[in-house]
Write a protein that binds this ligand. Structure first.
Ligand code: GTP
Ligand code: MG
Length: 392
């Protein structure tokens, strides 16, 4: 582990590649790191190092996120390339990916495919406000056909309220850029410039009480238990007292004794940062994915809430039949996965495609607050996306 401290010289943003299977998300991610390593502001991460979760993340993990980090002239980015469609859905809808902007990868050879449209819809639902398009495989595409694909993509963006006329659409070849072809490394530079200028710096709630949803838990021999995740809000420093909340009767107060980002120690982490926290005296089994680390007394876990929920249509991969009061699916809230009973009140049933109000009784306490987004899943697929309206 490198011991060079992380120095915050540039604003930090979280972005990610999304798009249909095989359109070249991972190749493009590798190409970006290659181009930036040539500039001296990133480390090249080859294709086969991106497309898998780090080894220590494999235990007990249900959602895979592969992160790389790099810098442009003006910004520091954490970039996530999720390995499969199911992971996109989970990470996007639950907010685990926390994207400030997205690079939509569309193959110039194939055009819009079902998951292209689905990811744009998901991005809209979870509040990703800016999408930059990479028309990939432009090396192999016919120019006129690529023009048509571009029109089609702009229409798709507009249909979801993304301002398809103004969104940057950059023709790239991840593959040729990886091979070092100057025409295509130049295209990657253009794509990064578009991300730098088109995706605005989001407002960070650095003054709010600290909160980090736990994505993964590891043990460092001789040092203790480490939790990782993206800081949702606030600031945390080495030496700060924090609560570890899981709703399982193991809630505990502890002290942050170490703080790192991408293997580099840091003195303080703030909203938006991807970090690892070393926690004093917390046994490995007292904390797990889905728990929350927060400023003492700042959140109160509860299990009953009301919500506004969109029931995905069959076309979006949702159910073909209605849901009714008494339905008991899984709720993905931040990084937690909890069973819950729904009550639809007088409406009693909701059909795929409907947006409905419901009351939910979770199987255990979870930190909740109005405005929090969540996903509803059943048998391994997403059937609904919702927002908490009130906590009982
Ligand atoms: N011609 C050409 N082929 C490409 C380009 N980028 C990727 N490919 C090829 O497309 C295939 C899929 O690339 P990946 O990067 O794995 O695509 P992906 O979107 O990450 O795929 P999933 O993670 O499985 O959804 C591979 O065979 C790549 O070599 C490109 O710019 N030009
Ligand atoms: Mg991939």
């Amino acid at each position: 582990m490198s011991k060079t401290a992380y120095v915050r010289t540039k604003p930090h943003l979280n972005i990610g590649t999304m798009g249909h299977v095989d359109h070249g998300k991972t190749t493009l991610t590798a190409a970006i790191t290659k181009v930036l390593s040539a500039r001296g502001t990133g480390t090249f991460v080859p294709f086969d190092r991106i497309d898998r979760a780090p080894e220590e993340a494999q235990r007990g993990i249900t959602i895979n996120i592969a992160h790389v980090e790099y810098e442009t002239d003006t910004r520091h980015y954490a970039h996530v390339d999720m390995p499969g469609h199911a992971d996109y859905v989970k990470n996007m809808v639950t907010g685990a990916a926390q994207l400030d902007g997205a690079i939509l990868v569309v193959s110039a050879l194939d055009g819009i495919m079902p998951q292209t449209a689905e990811h744009v819809l998901l991005a809209r639902q979870v509040g990703v406000d800016h999408i930059v398009v990479a028309l990939n495989k432009a090396d192999a595409g016919d120019e006129e056909l690529t023009d048509l694909v571009e029109l089609e993509v702009r229409d798709l963006l507009s249909a979801h309220g993304y301002g398809g006329d103004s969104a940057p659409v950059v023709r790239v070849s991840g593959l040729k850029a990886l091979e070092g072809d100057p025409r295509w490394t130049g295209a990657i530079e253009a794509l990064l410039d578009a991300v730098d200028t088109y995706v605005p710096m989001p407002e960070r709630y650095v003054d709010a009480p600290f909160l980090l949803p736990v994505e993964n838990v590891l043990t460092i021999t001789g040092r203790g238990t480490v939790v990782t995740g993206a800081v949702e809000r606030g600031t945390v420093r080495v030496g700060d007292r924090v609560d570890v909340l899981g709703g399982l009767g193991t809630d505990t107060e502890t002290v942050v004794t170490g703080l790192e980002t991408f293997g580099k120690p840091m003195e303080s982490a703030q909203a938006g940062d991807n970090v690892a926290l070393l926690l004093r005296g917390v046994p490995r089994d007292a904390v797990r994915r889905g728990h929350v680390v927060a400023a003492p007394g700042s959140v109160r876990p509860s299990r009953r809430f009301t919500a506004q929920v969109y029931v995905l249509s069959a076309r979006e991969g949702g159910r073909t039949t209605p849901v009714a009061t008494g339905y008991r699916p899984q709720f993905y809230i931040r990084t937690a996965d909890v069973v819950g009973d729904i009550d639809l009140g007088e409406a009693a049933v909701a059909r795929p495609g409907d947006t409905v109000a419901m009351t939910v009784e979770l199987g255990r306490d979870v930190p909740l607050e109005p405005g929090l987004g969540f996903a509803i899943r059943e048998g391994g697929r997403t059937v609904g996306a919702g927002t908490v309206t009130a906590v009982a």
